[in-house]
Ligand binder design. Structure first.
Ligand SMILES: Nc1ncnc2c1ncn2[C@@H]1O[C@H](COP(=O)(O)OP(=O)(O)O)[C@@H](O)[C@H]1O
Ligand SMILES: [Mg+2]
Ligand SMILES: [Zn+2]
Length: 511
């Protein structure tokens, strides 16, 4: 007796259909799983047989072979428990597997037969819809997340019995209703706003310039000066995600198991803030299950690295690939997968180990050598990819105590959106570049022409302020963005001199 049933597995950010065959034959009882499953699938054999018995069903008496196809992809995770169990029950009862044909199934089983949440149901639902399935059976806890995909019925089940009775037509289930376009339309606001930040107008300006050109930014300031507070608000001034972007980011969060009924869809730009002790795998992704790392969870949003010098040098260096390519390739035993990772990098650091170098009120206790060593911890290649550096001084008492209304994120975002629009128009002809930060050397040449005055200004800065050669291109790109914010086609000396100010680290003035 052979029972065929469908499931799906996630590879990278997408899912592919998995066909499961359960074949019951004569002979001494044993259960064999084939199709290159990993250890998780083998472990599932024990859970499944126990869950089947504890749900009051028999599993086939003789030799049972379970085959997961396609065989050439290593499958991971416990999400095949439910379909395997259903297939075994059908094989044991000699029921026609037609009852499974219209559906796809995912779910982990507990020993008592309860169906437990799994990761990645959003891509699984997309795949089931693509395959023309009428419905997808998922753990109850994942129903809302899967139901964001329209055009396929999502049924949440609490336990194995429910699922079997449902496909047998003995139990009614109401499909979970959701719709990402509707959810998306109503969940685009942030809980924080730039208006919460008092004073610091020059820092806010630097942030606006950074976001306008999608430039990475580094903030340097003493503890308590508001670096974390400002960073958390950066996503609020980036133009809203397009629905396609939101779906892409949601798929990644779904695969990482970060969604639930509270948060079934990622409609706002993510803000990810990994601790400096994070492992390379945690940052880039990988490990035994195909987990996206922080760089991918931040896709289309902000990756915030607080206390930058505390990160291991090697950890910062692995950020190069995602920063450069906007995606990251993770190699694991099961093969390589690629996750998208386009984010804006926001980094923060104290100016010295004690934190108060250059502070007007408190004295720094560090020796010049300590200060220098601290700053040299930041890897050059990473620094190379940060276009703006901004000093964040301790907030002034009169600012913090003032009840003057500060500008809201909405207003800043509107200006950013206009500057980005100008960039899109400009780059439309050039191909895939969409923002100033990503201009190639050729594009910089074409789009960042300087008049004689600007040229002279940069020349002076380079020599007198001892700017590095690599600072040159950064200044040009940032000047371009400042001009775009002003709606000017030509870059003026004012734009250039503002851009030069954002090179604190190169200027070496404060060492
Ligand atoms: N400009 C500001 N306006 C309002 N509150 C501020 C400002 N700067 C700092 N604060 C307050 O100080 C706290 C500490 O700031 P934080 O962002 O954690 O500083 P940092 O990350 O630089 O150490 C914030 O949570 C906030 O309550
Ligand atoms: Mg902080
Ligand atoms: Zn110090």
């Amino acid at each position: 007796m052979l029972a065929r049933i469908y499931s799906a597995a996630v590879l990278g950010v997408d899912a592919y259909e998995v066909e499961i065959e359960v074949n019951a034959a004569g002979g001494p009882p044993c259960v064999v799983v084939v199709g290159l499953p990993d250890t998780a699938v083998k472990e599932s054999r024990d859970r499944v047989t126990t869950a089947v018995s504890n749900s009051g069903y028999y599993w086939p008496r003789g030799r049972t072979t379970i085959n997961l196809a396609p065989a050439d992809i290593k499958k991971e995770g416990p999400s095949f428990d439910l379909p395997i169990a259903l297939g075994m029950i059908a094989a044991a009862q000699e029921i026609d597997d037609e009852i499974f044909a219209d559906f796809s199934f995912v779910g982990e089983l507990a020993l008592n037969g309860a169906v437990r949440a799994v990761k990645g149901v959003l891509p699984v639902a997309l795949e089931a819809r693509r395959r023309g399935k009428r419905g997808l059976i998922v753990p109850e806890a994942n129903a809302r997340e899967a139901a964001m995909v329209a055009g396929i019925d999502i049924f949440g089940v609490a336990n194995l019995r429910n699922a079997f009775q449902f496909v047998r037509g003995e139990k009614q289930l109401t499909p979970e209703r959701g719709d990402w376009s509707e959810f998306f339309a109503h969940h685009q606001s942030y809980e924080v706003d730039f208006a919460d930040v008092k004073g610091q107008s020059h820092v806010k300006r630097a942030v606006e310039v950074a976001v306008a050109g999608a430039h990475n930014i580094l903030m340097i300031g003493p503890p308590g000066s508001g670096k974390s507070m400002l960073s958390k608000r950066i996503a609020t001034v980036i133009p809203p995600m397009a629905l396609e972007e939101a779906i892409e980011t949601t798929k990644i969060h779904s695969i990482a198991g970060l969604l639930g009924s509270e948060r079934a869809f990622v409609a706002t730009r993510p803000f990810r803030s990994p601790h400096h002790t994070i492992s390379d795998v945690g940052l880039l992704g990988g490990s035994a299950t195909p987990a996206p790392g922080e760089v991918s969870l931040a896709h289309n949003g902000v990756l915030f690295l607080d206390e930058l010098p505390e990160f291991k040098r090697s950890t910062l260096e692995v950020l190069r690939q995602p920063l450069e390519d906007g995606r990251v390739t993770v190699t694991r035993a099961a093969g390589t997968v690629t996750f998208p990772s386009e984010f804006m990098l926001v980094a923060a650091m104290n100016p010295c180990p004690c934190g108060y170098f250059g502070d007007l009120k408190r004295e720094c206790r560090c020796s010049p050598v300590q200060v220098q060593r601290y700053r040299q911890r930041i890897s050059g290649p990473l620094l190379d990819r940060i276009d703006l550096h901004i000093e964040v001084p301790a907030v002034e008492y009169r600012d913090i105590s003032s009840d003057r209304a500060e500008e809201k994120s909405d207003a800043i975002r509107a200006r950013v959106a206009e500057a980005r629009e100008r960039q899109q128009v400009r780059f439309r002809r050039d191909g895939k570049t969409t923002c100033n930060a990503r201009m190639s050397a050729r594009q910089i040449k074409a789009h960042c022409k300087l008049n004689d005055d600007s040229q002279e200004l940069i020349r002076i800065a380079m020599t007198e302020l001892n700017l590095s050669a690599r600072a040159y291109d950064r200044i040009l790109k940032v000047s371009r963005t400042i001009a775009d914010l002003e709606g000017m086609e030509a870059i003026s000396p004012d734009h250039v001199s503002e851009a030069i100010q954002y090179r604190t680290f190169d200027r070496n003035l404060w060492i």
